[in-house]
Design a protein around this ligand. Structure first.
Ligand code: PLP
Length: 465
């Protein structure tokens, strides 16, 4: 229940075995038409299953391709974004492509002017991709009061700051389900901002939470995607498909092929030259590729869409159960941000001498009122945070040391948190309850030890409502 899961299933394993047996590095359509054709069909099936706009389907200008991981998908689209902005700069200059003057325009931009963006909650893969793409990287700050979502106004400010510095923003990762808290960026606000930045490639990273979009109740999230350039989610995280099966979609496949297609004579053939077939080698980093769509086909045919929806909803329900258990002990725990996509993020509530605790009528902690009751100075606030961080870390370490359950700790905006994910196939209801019992046991033990040592002298004074 620590990391986002790496799901698998017997149908998927069978698909993987068949793929291994075929052993075809099917880089071109002509190498193995079936590898290409099934992948196109599976990517379209999945695009429809998660409610992507039609613009991402292969029947139009878009399409999907299986990558090894979300990080790899980000590298691919970032390189495509970089090449697109360079191409457009040459086009706008009116110079002859390939000429020395056009080359100078490209060199001028490449030479430290291009900048990729992501929020401070984006996965580290965006920064890593910027290193690989050889461009700068800047973060867009988020706030806890926005549940760590990237806001349009902040993105706009950072874009302008970049411009004032003489930089050209060419790429931004927006996130649907961030790693630390499953934050979802404010897509509608972002759409408004990017209207003024037509060269900015917007990629949606939904590595984990994107799987939940097989449930129609989450598909409202894709409404804005028709304005974005690419989208990615991992079937190998939360859709019963073993590693690796990362689905990348682009709205305009020519953005990929114009950047990544190089055709030496030995790769030329009449089918590719006709322009009527897909060569997925031009949609990815390596040349060779495995028959990964086979396992997606096995999973979809075995579980059906309804089976996948049931699977996801079961996990989300168990996340809600865990959340309700946490709320039942406001004397021990506080929920850091509202739970999302089967992830609950909690902190411990430290006991402090003579401190009056305040909870709302539904049992949530009420830090604003507590501050008032306790007349905290800014230094006391800082001390309270340190106390909370220390005790949360201690409980977290004790839980993991117990060996019965494994959780992850994360430092988010200066607050030490414990992340509990109920999206593993084995995170049954009884284990979710057991996980909570262990957290309670260790939290109480930590407080008892502290009280024994005289570190907490007065009982908490809790005021409800
Ligand atoms: N993006 C997000 C939001 C993630 O949570 C993760 C990993 O958990 C990644 C990207 C990287 O995923 P991958 O291992 O597929 O590269």
């Amino acid at each position: 229940m620590a990391f986002f899961p790496a799901n698998s299933s017997f149908p998927s394993i069978l698909g993987e075995l068949y793929s291994a047996a075929f052993n075809g590095p099917a880089f071109n359509w002509i190498c193995s038409p079936v590898v290409t054709e099934l992948e196109t069909v599976m990517m379209d099936w999945m695009a429809k299953a998660v409610g992507l706009p039609d613009a991402f389907l292969s029947k139009g200008e878009g399409g999907g391709v299986i990558q090894g991981s979300a990080s790899e998908a980000i590298i691919v689209v970032m390189v495509a974004a970089r090449e697109r902005v360079l191409r457009r700069a040459v086009e706008r200059s009116g110079l002859n492509e390939g000429g020395s003057e056009a080359e100078a325009v490209v060199d001028g931009l490449r030479g430290g002017k291009l900048v990729a963006l992501g929020s401070d909650q984006s996965h580290s893969s965006t920064q890593k991709a910027a290193i690989i793409a050889g461009t700068k990287f800047r973060t867009v700050p988020t706030k806890r009061e926005d549940n760590f979502a990237m806001r349009g106004s902040t993105l706009k400010r950072v874009l302008h700051e970049c411009k004032e510095e003489g930089l050209t923003p060419y790429y931004v990762t927006v996130t649907l389900g961030s790693t630390s808290t499953c934050a979802v960026d404010n897509f509608e606000e972002i759409v408004e901002v990017i209207k003024d930045w037509p060269d900015l490639w917007v990629h949606v990273d939904a590595a984990f939470a994107g799987a939940a979009l097989v449930c129609p109740e989450y598909q409202y999230l894709t409404k804005s995607f028709v304005h974005f350039d690419s989208y990615n989610f991992n079937m190998h995280k939360w859709l019963l498909t073993n590693f690796d099966a990362s689905c990348l979609y682009v709205r305009k496949r020519s953005d990929l092929t114009s950047s990544l297609s190089i055709t030496p004579s030995y790769l030329r053939n009449t089918f590719s030259d006709s322009g009527l077939v897909t060569d997925y080698r031009d949609w990815q980093l390596p040349l060779g590729r495995r028959f990964r769509s086979l396992k997606i086909w096995f999973v979809l045919r075995s579980y059906g869409l309804e089976g996948l929806q049931k699977y996801i909803r079961g996990h989300i329900k168990r996340g809600e159960l865990f959340h309700s258990l946490v709320l039942s002990r406001p004397d021990l725990f506080s929920v850091f941000v509202p739970p999302a996509f089967a992830l609950t993020v909690i902190t411990l509530v430290p006991r402090r001498k003579g401190r009056k605790r305040r909870t709302t009528s539904d049992g949530q902690s009420d830090p604003e009122r507590e501050r008032y009751l306790n007349d905290f100075t800014p230094d006391a606030d800082a001390q309270a945070l340190l106390d909370a961080n220390r005790v949360t870390k201690e409980v977290y370490e004790r839980v993991n040391k117990s060996g019965e359950v494994y959780l992850t700790g994360a430092m988010i905006a200066g607050v030490y948190c414990i992340r509990v994910v109920s999206a593993s196939p084995w995170a049954e209801q009884k284990y979710v309850k057991r996980c909570f019992e262990i957290l309670v046991r260790e939290a109480e033990a930590v407080f008892e030890e502290k009280e024994g040592k005289g570190q907490v002298e007065d009982a908490n004074n809790v005021v409800n409502g």
